[in-house]
Design a protein around this ligand. Sequence first.
Ligand code: UD1
Length: 347
Amino acid sequence: MAKEILVTGGAGYIGSHCVLELVEAGFAPVVIDNFHNAIRGSNTVPESIWRVEEIVGKKIPFHELDILDETGLQNLFKKHRFSAVIHFAGLKAVGESVQMPLEYYKVNLTGTIRLLETMKVHGVKNLVFSSSATVYGDPAYLPLDEKHPVGGCTNPYGKSKYFIEEMIRDLCKAEPDWNAVLLRYFNPIGAHKSGKIGEDPQGIPNNLMPYVAQVAVGRRDYLNVFGNDYSTVDGTGVRDYIHVVDLAKGHIAALKKLKENCGCKIYNLGTGTGYSVLQMVKAMEKASGKEIKYKIIARREGDIASCFANPALAEEELGWKAVFDLDRMCEDLWRWQSQNPSGFSKN
Ligand code: UD1
């Protein structure tokens, strides 16, 4: 029988792509989500999961559940025999986290603690955690390797990722029968090649590429470029954009690592290449055939000039490497956005 893997927040952008890859790799994902970032489809199944089912031709067990709901978690673990948990669930908007820090710490920290406690009670001690390159803060050197100091980020969202990493490290130290892989994502973009699932931010997108895609499809007039006076190739911010399917496959590699009783391991998931905002705009114009208008405005508070990964450790120890290039990321993003101009909600 296929191994049951619990995927918290599995209806979200990265979660849904990961669920798809899990099925294709022969695992049996069980998804929980509280619909904070997901659109409800028919029969209360999230639209994203419904579409994954359509792609893979299989039903995917789904439970509407909040990670803060202790009783719900207990019942879930009684019902299923999980061999590992992939933990995506959490709040993720940087600006909002500055406005409502307690809510962010409650959901991200307390939610994770409840999940870990439930796992412990039920003897499920294998975890993949969705962390972020934001834990590095302003880079002291580039490319960023896993030895770079962490904890330098200034907003509650980023701090919550850092605190959770520390909690998991302490847990693995205290109880050696735990195994955890902490994955530090760089900037995931793109979509599954089918164009059926993708990123669907609610309201005005905070991140660059969903915004650019909405300009390309005519939902927004122009992009605001946050500063062109950084010391980068053209003055605009540089990031390590990675195809979400590559990123999702990194989780499959992480699950295999857990089987080696690896203790606590940390890996960057990035490509190693940085692109500027204006290079991204050009790439998306090429993929979509649309002009993407933009205006240069002031820098966004808290932004850094450049950030890109040294992904060598993941290749060495997980046997994982990003394979999709920038053109492919933009083509897949455009397929999703043009086929679903309003996201999941109104097609
Ligand atoms: C942002 C978060 C980071 C989080 C990551 C998750 C902030 C300050 N940082 O990172 O903590 O882990 O998302 O994906 O929010 N840009 C524009 N115009 C826009 C949007 C973005 O010019 O409308 C620029 C930014 O200044 C930056 C680049 O595009 O140079 C990428 O921005 P974004 O997609 O928000 O990602 P990060 O800043 O890397």
